[in-house]
Design a protein around this ligand. Structure first.
Ligand SMILES: [Zn+2]
Length: 88
């Protein structure tokens, strides 16, 4: 049986430990008999077995603006420097 078709918490952990995709925060879901990884931006990948472990095939594109907008939600360093008047 292929590892990508084994639905156990251990396999979910192994998938999340092994697979990383730049710029995305992955969660693993078991559906239709095998594992998928997806990101809150909407992007989704099918998990496939290789002789070296796991590989991924993208099946859905995410919202391109999702992670960009995410950055704007974080305060920038400069915002703190502007408040110097209150520091003694
Ligand atoms: Zn993403």
């Amino acid at each position: 049986m292929l590892k990508s078709e084994i639905n156990t918490p251990e396999m979910e952990r192994e998938i999340l430990n092994t697979i990383s995709i730049d710029g995305h925060f992955l969660t693993a879901v078991f559906e239709h008999g095998h594992w998928w990884v997806q990101c809150a931006c909407g992007a989704q990948w099918s998990v496939v077995d290789t002789s070296e472990g796991f590989d991924t095939e993208q099946v859905s594109q995410g919202d391109e603006d999702f992670h960009v907008l995410d950055d704007y939600a974080n305060p920038r360093e400069g915002d703190y420097l502007d408040g110097d008047d209150d520091v003694h």
